[in-house]
Design a protein around this ligand. Structure first.
Ligand code: DC
Length: 216
């Protein structure tokens, strides 16, 4: 039987590292949905399409193809895995992911990708919108300071720890208050605050819950 694990939470909560590791250990597929919102953001930035260009956004969505291959993400055939981590994309991804049409398209794609196979998906709305019937749901979080330190250690940004913390708080606020699919814990998701847990301990906590529930 196939099963779905929904792993939601704010940026820097360790979702992608943990999802990757769980996918390896459990032998299931992994989909990082944030990378899809980032790829769409890069597409719009490259064409100078702005938040207020609502018609252009809808027109262009039909031209966007996203594929994955061996952990890399391809935007219309081009490997954009590195570019989508830039500060410019990070700064703009919130308005792109707040757009209703963008979300409709990506949620559809996510449901299609993860059908008929066991998957772990990480994101913001997996347990609430994309797969409300997921077999296992987790909501990971950690304090903004800890999350900023983790981002800093990833060496992907030119920002200082203080600047990263500010940008994380701002993005959390925006993501939590947007009208369409805000960042929110599903009622039936397990909340794990991993401010004081390392990756291994967080994974152990998740596996212990899965073992206990054993719903599949
Ligand atoms: O996980 P991340 O930081 O790479 O995600 C980038 C942005 O995409 C983040 O600001 C919120 C948005 N996002 C979303 O709205 N829904 C998802 N399922 C995944 C990400």
């Amino acid at each position: 039987m196939t099963y779905i694990i929904a792993l939601d939470g704010p940026s820097g909560s360790g979702k992608s590292t943990i999802a990757q590791e769980l996918s390896d250990r459990l032998g299931i597929e992994y989909l990082n949905t944030g990378s899809m919102y980032r790829a769409v953001t890069k597409y719009f930035l490259d064409r100078n399409i702005k938040e207020s260009d609502l018609d252009k956004i809808v027109e262009n969505l039909g031209n966007i193809q996203i594929n994955f291959n061996e952990g890399a993400i391809f935007l219309n055939g081009e490997d954009v895995s590195k570019e989508i981590r830039s500060d410019l994309v990070t700064k703009n991804v919130s308005w792109v992911s707040a757009n209703k049409n963008v979300r409709e398209k990506l949620v559809d794609m996510q449901r299609q990708i993860a059908q008929n196979t066991s998957f772990i998906l990480d994101g913001r709305d997996i347990g609430t919108v994309v797969f409300p019937n997921a077999n296992y749901k987790f909501f990971l979080t950690a304090s903004p300071r800890i999350r900023a330190l983790r981002r800093f250690d990833q060496n992907e940004s030119d920002l200082s720890i203080d600047e990263l913390e500010k940008s994380i708080i701002k993005r959390d606020e925006y993501d939590s208050n947007r009208e369409t699919s805000p960042l929110k814990k599903a009622e039936d998701a397990h909340l794990i605050d991993n401010s004081d847990l390392n990756i291994e301990e967080t994974i152990d906590a998740i596996l212990a819950i899965m073992d206990r529930e054993d719903v599949i």
